[in-house]
Design a protein around this ligand. Structure first.
Ligand code: FAD
Length: 423
């Protein structure tokens, strides 16, 4: 029998299994997919942004709902430690703009590959195609009932029960359920006396009430985006955004989506205001447009349709000119600077878990000991990763949460095993 069972072979579960095994534990990892780390394959657009090098004071501002909970796990296995660790197990890394860290190979698949290799070296029993159906606790053991399928033929084969004195649940959230994250762990946690804070999709697309389909596919660099809720300004961010068939997304849209989704769930009015010229004040933009007009030899009286469009092409990507004009039927030379600085989108809905990057909500922070990742409800039980009520912005923060909480849960589980064996 194993000392520790880990449910979930994502980044958090794999790191937990590795750290427990490094401390001498006999570990079994149960994963319902036929491979570990299926979600990692699609991270960072197939390149896997595995962490971010920002110092804690900055890093922590990208963690929600409260970064304090993550602090002990982060300082136990920090972003720097994560990079060193991956380098030491055969994954060289590189740092890109925004302090984002990627495998030097730029292949996300290399991340689960080195983690699986490390687990195999440490003797972790990796049991894929093993879907845990329920978890129970009796006679000082956790029992995980699994349906095991033939990984080659995908056929249901049999029901198997695995038992161990210590359990780590790292089953992820609800986002991109095709990768295996279908919220099973919430039910396991509930059956072990935990509650679950309401979950909602975060880092997701926001759909405007009026949305011109000719916007779809346009990417904007270095623009500003402000979030208004019930007419109050909540947040202003700068960066890049993308218009897709799901609405406004990209790094900039995602950064505001968490707060926007919460407001929409509460029935509040949500508006995004796009600033196409964030580097220029309204006065400076007016002066710039006047100079452009002078150079073109154009006045308000003789501007005409074609020259107005030439002016617009100098102020925005060519593909944006038509949708910008459609969206502002009253557009004129005099109100152009205001419209460039304030393109309003009332948001009517958001994309659900099927395409949300992370799940916010989960196992409440107050039910977990932050210094160990141990349950306060059930002895010898630990949690790690996205199943917890903790989520980050885009930029490598979520995988770092998974690695830090996974490492701490694995180390703490190993310490607990030592304690149990010495009794
Ligand atoms: C498209 C996309 C891109 C992303 N890009 C990035 C990025 O570049 N950088 C970043 O930091 N974050 C990124 N993220 C977020 C990041 O991938 C997740 O936060 C992270 O994978 C969470 O790790 P986890 O181990 O907690 O959960 P998961 O990765 O969800 O792993 C949970 C595992 O548990 C298994 N499991 C679930 N239930 C059971 C069960 N009943 N029995 C057995 N096994 C079970 C699942 O099959 C899964 O393998 C991205 C997410 C998406 C969807």
């Amino acid at each position: 029998m194993s000392d520790v069972i880990v449910i979930g072979g994502g980044p958090a579960g794999m790191m937990a299994a590795i750290k427990a095994a490094e401390k001498g534990c006999k570990v079994t990892l149960l994963e319902k997919n036929n491979i570990c780390g299926k979600k990692i394959l699609i991270t960072g657009k197939g390149r896997c942004n595995l962490t971010n090098t920002k110092s804690w004071s900055e890093f922590s501002t990208h963690i929600h709902p409260s970064a304090n909970f993550l602090k002990p796990a982060f300082f136990n296995f920090s972003n720097a430690a994560t990079i060193d660790y991956f380098n030491s197990i055969g994954l060289p890394t590189t740092v890109e703009q925004g302090e984002r860290v990627f495998p030097r190979s730029m292949r996300a698949a290399d991340v689960p590959a080195v983690l699986v290799e490390r687990m195999e070296k440490l003797g972790v029993e990796i049991i894929c195609s093993s879907h845990v159906l329920n978890v129970s606790y009796s006679d000082a053991l956790f029992h995980c009932l699994c349906s095991r399928s033939d990984s080659l033929r995908g056929e249901r084969m049999d029901m198997v029960k695995y038992s161990a004195p210590v359990l780590i649940i790292a089953t992820g959230g609800l986002s991109y359920p095709g990768t295996g994250s279908t919220g099973d762990g919430y039910e396991f946690a509930k059956s072990l006396d935990h509650s679950v804070t309401e979950t909602f999709p975060s880092l997701t697309a926001l759909m405007p009430r009026k949305y011109d389909t000719d916007l779809v596919g346009i990417e904007l660099k270095n623009v500003g985006l402000s979030l208004f809720i019930d007419m109050d300004l909540i947040k202003i961010e700068d960066g890049d955004l993308t218009f897709t068939s799901n609405g406004i997304e990209g790094a900039l849209g995602f950064r505001l989506s968490r707060r926007a989704v919460l407001a929409l769930m509460n029935g509040q009015r949500v508006e995004l205001v796009l600033d196409l010229k964030p580097a220029l004040s309204l006065e400076k933009l007016r002066a710039r447009i006047s100079r452009d007009l002078e150079r073109m030899g154009v006045t308000a009286a003789n501007v005409g349709r074609n020259r107005f469009r030439t002016l617009l092409r100098g102020l925005m990507p060519a593909a944006l000119v038509d949708p910008f004009q459609h969206h502002h039927p009253d557009l004129s030379l005099s109100n152009l600077p205001d419209k460039l600085k304030e393109w309003r989108f009332e948001i009517k809905s958001y994309t659900g878990y099927e395409r949300a990057v992370v799940t916010a909500g989960g196992i409440p922070q107050k039910e977990i000991i932050a210094k160990t990742m141990a349950s306060k409800k059930q002895p010898n039980l630990y949690f790690a990763g996205e199943i917890l009520d903790i989520d980050g912005d885009t930029g490598g923060y979520n995988l770092q949460v998974a690695f830090s909480t996974g490492a701490l849960a694995g180390q703490s589980a190993a310490q607990q095993i030592l304690k149990l064996k010495s009794l």
